[in-house]
Design a protein around this ligand. Structure first.
Ligand code: DGL
Length: 265
């Protein structure tokens, strides 16, 4: 039986995984969580598959040894679509990934045209091709990379104002793609993007429904941990790779979510 104080480890390159944390927290309020942000490796989206796989597998191996989590959630689409299988092979605890929410989007679209925004690395993955073939057969899936949104979301959580221009630019590029005007559903295939929900809503709504996987991932975690006890002693932990100064400005966002002071991994 797992000890009640054993943590859940949530991992992302930056603050994006907080969207999964936000969905999970109300479902398991007593669960001790360690959130690990690989700020020294951010952004993943512009890296190669080999770089991402080596980094994620290596870091999660070391983190699993140090923190002894009961479950690991890779709260990053880029890392999951590239390294999920590899990480599962080396860790002895359940590993939950975050993959683009193409299945729910396909169930939702009425026009049959879905947009998908993710990082450069995510949108070129065979994993996404497979999800498209399995769940979006018969619909048109238009993919576009929106790497600027990652830094926008990081800045927003540090209390900086968000410039809408990059969001408008992506909307225009999507609509200019063949068939793009018919998009009625948009998959947010990067965990950072729901942090820009207000900005995305301002630009895409009401014609376009926004879909992300955070709620589904949270429910999956709850299901896998069914029957386990949870006892949190003290605040949840927020750990970063590299210098803790990279997390400067996040204090309010972290305190509001019940985290203690930023720690170095
Ligand atoms: N949050 C990550 C994702 O879901 C991407 C951010 C990055 O480029 O590092 O894909």
């Amino acid at each position: 039986m797992v000890d009640a104080s054993t943590p859940i480890l949530i991992f992302d390159s930056g603050v994006g995984g907080l969207t999964v944390y936000d969905a999970l927290q109300p479902l398991l309020p007593q669960a001790p969580v360690i959130y690990a942000a690989d700020l020294a490796g951010l952004p993943y989206g512009s890296k190669t598959e080999a770089q991402i796989a080596a980094r994620v597998a290596g870091l999660l191996g070391r983190m699993a040894e140090r923190f002894r989590p009961r479950l690991v959630c890779i709260a990053c689409n880029t890392a999951s679509t590239i390294a999920l299988g590899m990480v599962r092979e080396v860790l002895e605890v359940p590993v939950v990934g975050t993959v683009p929410a193409i299945k729910p989007a396909a169930a939702l679209t009425k026009t049959g045209t879905i947009g998908l925004i993710g990082t450069e690395a995510t949108i070129r993955q065979a994993y996404v091709d497979r999800l498209e073939a399995e769940f979006a057969n018969g619909t048109r899936l238009l993919r576009i990379a929106a790497p600027a949104f990652v830094s926008l979301a990081e800045a927003k959580l540090r209390g900086k104002p968000v410039d809408l221009a990059p969001v408008q630019a992506i909307a225009e590029q999507l609509r200019a793609m063949p068939g793009g005007k018919a998009i009625d559903t948009l998959v947010l295939a990067c965990t950072h993007f729901p942090l820009l929900a207000d900005e995305l809503t301002a630009v895409f709504r009401p014609e376009v429904a926004l879909v992300d996987g955070a709620q589904g991932i949270a429910r999956r975690i709850v299901h896998l941990l069914e029957g386990q006890d949870f006892a949190r002693h003290g605040p949840n932990r927020f750990v970063v790779t590299g210098p803790v100064t990279a997390a400067e400005g996040l204090d309010n966002a972290l305190a509001a979510r019940g985290f203690g002071p930023v720690e170095a991994f």
